[in-house]
Write a protein that binds this ligand. Structure first.
Ligand code: NAD
Length: 263
């Protein structure tokens, strides 16, 4: 980023759009803005009322698409009904789609081509890389098939030459499937779904889940029981979440670089 600022006079800018007042979304968006400012990036926040129309959301996104000081546009999901999150996301310029959720970037990822990659799956890959986890030929089990996490993650693992087993709510004998994983990634949004008996000895376990329960925030993995069996494991909170934000900043810098060629 320093090179962008020093040589091209470009300060990467991220615009966040939040429709409505969902408390969890408000926290996520606030953290994203704070992270931008901490590293010297520009952050522009655009709140819209919960009853904003599809035309209003589209108009704001079009304005941000056209704004040269904005290099990344993030529409915080989910949107309040009846707004269609997929349809609204699809109107973001793919070059500014730092969440990697437009059909263009999702298609590039599915084809194994370079593009902007969704932040949480990118963060999971970064954690695996930092932990030195061998992925080539390794059996990697992904729990969850959302467009936000499970699907892009499976594509990234496949691109990294892992043998991917993709599980979801209809998978038969989930414990047996999970036990096959040298790498096990839980993104099901079910508190403590993954128990000790579902994890192979020495497996690398990444817990993407964030579930609000009476006991506070818990992941999809029964951390205390599974940590004794796993070779490595991420906690919730404090695991995937912070890395996801780092990936958002990295995507915004990448987008800014691509939008402002030198000279
Ligand atoms: P989602 O609800 O869209 O998708 C959940 C997926 O899990 C579905 O594909 C479903 O088939 C599968 N699933 C549900 N119950 C299952 C079960 N019992 N067994 C097997 N599969 C099951 O959720 P999402 O948006 O993918 O998010 C998943 C979790 O990750 C949530 O807890 C969410 O809060 C969290 N999340 C965390 C971050 C982060 O930055 N750490 C980012 C995004 C999402």
């Amino acid at each position: 980023m320093a090179e962008l600022v020093a040589e091209r006079g470009v300060v990467p800018g991220l615009a966040t759009v939040l429709v409505g007042e969902d408390p969890a979304s408000e926290i996520y968006v606030r953290r994203k803005g704070e992270a931008c400012r901490e590293v010297g990036m520009a952050s522009f926040h655009h709140p819209l009322p919960a009853d904003a129309s599809a035309d209003e959301v589209r108009a704001l996104l079009a304005r941000l698409n056209a704004d040269p000081t904005v290099h990344g546009v993030l529409l915080q999901l989910p949107l309040p009904p009846p707004l269609d999150g997929d349809a609204m996301t699809a109107t973001i310029d793919p070059a500014k789609d730092v969440d990697g959720l437009t059909p263009v970037n999702a298609g590039l990822l599915a084809r194994g081509r370079p593009g902007l990659v969704p932040c949480t799956p990118a963060g999971v890959m970064e954690l695996l890389r930092a932990a030195g986890t061998e992925l080539t030929g390794a059996r990697a089990v992904v729990l969850g098939r959302s467009s936000l996490v499970g699907r892009p993650l499976a594509a990234l693992l496949l691109a990294a030459d892992a043998t991917v087993v993709h599980c979801h709510s209809r998978t038969r004998d989930l414990p047996a499937a999970c036990r096959e994983g040298e790498v096990l990634i839980a993104a099901a949004g079910r508190p403590r779904l993954v128990t000790r008996d579902m994890v192979a000895e020495g497996a690398t376990v990444i817990d993407v889940g964030i579930n609000r329960t009476d006991e506070g925030l818990v992941g999809d993995v029964d951390f205390e029981a599974v940590r004794e069996r796993a070779g490595a494991i991420t906690p919730v909170p404090g695991g995937v979440g912070p890395v996801t934000i780092a990936m958002l900043l990295a995507n915004t810098v990448e987008a800014a670089r691509a939008q402002t060629p030198p000279g």
